[in-house]
Design a protein around this ligand. Sequence first.
Ligand SMILES: [Zn+2]
Length: 290
Amino acid sequence: METRWLYTTSENFPALVKESKEVCLIPMGCVEKHGLHLPLGSDIIEASTITYAASRLETACVFPDFTFGDVPGGPASPAGSISVPVEMEMALLETLCEQIARNGFKKILICNAHGGNKSWLSAFLRNLMNKKHDFVCAVTTLPFSTTHKILAEQLLQNGRGSMPELTAEDEDYLLDFYRQGKESGHACISETALIMAVAPEAVHLDRLGIESGLSTHQADYLKEAGIEIVSGGWDINYPNAYHGHDPVDCTENIGRAALRVAAEQLARTVKAFKEDENLLRWHANFQKGW
Ligand SMILES: [Zn+2]
């Protein structure tokens, strides 16, 4: 059945609520620089694509994208980034959750693909406990920067040739990247592969090698001294909004396999969330007397 809220008719909506067992998924990302080679919308493109693919494996309604995340927005921020005050994001998300619940979904799972959203989402969940609501909300972090590891480990476990998407060259490249312990974080091999699978025209591998993805280590001394600064000093250590060794030989095939394993992982999470019978009961107990 059609799982996307926006593509469902009003008449068919109650059937979607029922088939989803009242579970609604919100893809969440941000708009920010992803090195020189990936598009600004990488995180929301990944969240949207993985969430929709997962909903085809384990039926759950997919809400329209929550595109804007917590991104630094000062004058020095890179061109094209969009910064929305966290207070506004929290208020909007709460209103949207109330609307989702009003339409029959009592279990809401935020499918987040932007590391910078983790802190405010944690505060958001706590704040929800201070008001009366008839729904539960939870967060899952998508494996946006670790899919290459999942692929390499599955290949080592199940043997070469076990992934229909990959050629022998793709396997060599993935296993070499993994065995050499190359770093992969923001905008590196996993995100590059995912975007190549969805929007290859938006990936510019020829721009790799111009700005480094390796840490400057400038802020490490603070961490070592037990001092926590904003984002753990990430923006200082990785000034190019890029973390990892250049994924020069990344391919669309790797992206297709990465998308599949990410969707399968999220589908398992959605299944557990759908089948859970405690969350709503605990929530009702906590809200007694309101
Ligand atoms: Zn990203």
